[in-house]
Design a protein. Structure first.
Length: 248
């Protein structure tokens, strides 16, 4: 079985590193420090111009949960349309109701806006009250993929639950294992869960080359504490992931 490695990225540099490392697809996000939000139109266009890999674009209007207002759903529909027009190969999104069920109406609207592009329901799925029913709801909405850790903190901890979803889906929806995936257990995750697609971060720290004139000023409210640090996809780590899952 061939296993596809999807790399979660937020920049052109990371997209290129993922491609060189052998990833089969990238999920393009903004604000990964906030679990990923919709990237800019410029970022989508630039990544599409530089890589040959399929580019799936996340559509999420903000951090902080997955229950959205009508205005937010309208923004998401517009962002799906914009990403499609910019050449996105797929859409990644997710919307829930306050009772912990899939927001089927919003999901159908976003699938319709994608106009045939495959839609992945992201890890909002891991917050649902009942996963088996949620999977059936997503299949009925026309969702192509579900990204999940099996409701656990990490995918390896939820491997058995992921396997149950793979069996339940019976090929109707592709189940993608994701959430804290590390090289050391990637092959075990594939063997135990039966997935054919794995979602990874695979980054390394990057730092600004500028020497700050004033070390006392902080513009970032969230971690890391280093004002000039960020993460970029590590080509070597992606290559290692690809090699490990190919032997599963």
């Amino acid at each position: 079985m061939s296993v596809l490695v999807e790399a979660c990225i937020d920049s052109v540099a990371s997209a290129l590193a993922a491609e060189r490392g052998g990833a089969g697809r990238v999920e393009l996000c903004g604000a990964l420090h906030d679990a990923g939000t919709t990237p800019s139109a410029g970022m989508i266009a630039a990544v599409k111009a530089r890589v040959r890999l399929p580019v799936f674009v996340i559509v999420r209007p903000r951090g902080g949960g997955f229950v959205y207002s009508a205005d937010e759903i309208d923004v998401m529909r517009r962002d799906v349309d914009a990403a499609r027009r910019l050449g996105a190969d797929g859409i990644v999104t997710g919307a829930l109701c306050a009772d912990g069920t899939v927001d089927a109406a919003a999901t159908r609207a976003l699938v319709d806006a994608a106009e045939g592009l495959p839609v992945t329901f992201h890890r909002a799925f891991d917050l649902v009250a009942e996963r088996a029913g949620a999977l059936e709801a997503l299949a009925a909405c026309g969702v192509a993929r579900v990204l999940t850790s099996g409701g656990a903190s990490t995918a390896i901890e939820g491997a058995d639950a992921i396997a149950a979803l793979v069996a339940q889906s019976a090929g109707r929806v592709t189940v993608v294992a994701g959430g804290g995936v590390r090289e050391a257990h990637a092959a075990e995750l594939v063997r135990r869960s039966g997935v054919c697609e794995v979602h990874v971060r695979g980054t390394r720290p990057a730092h600004s080359t500028m020497t700050p004139a004033n070390d006392g000023i902080r513009l970032r409210k969230a971690l890391p504490a280093d004002e000039d640090a960020w993460e970029e996809t590590d080509e070597a780590r992606i290559r290692d992931f690809v090699a490990r899952v190919s032997t599963a």
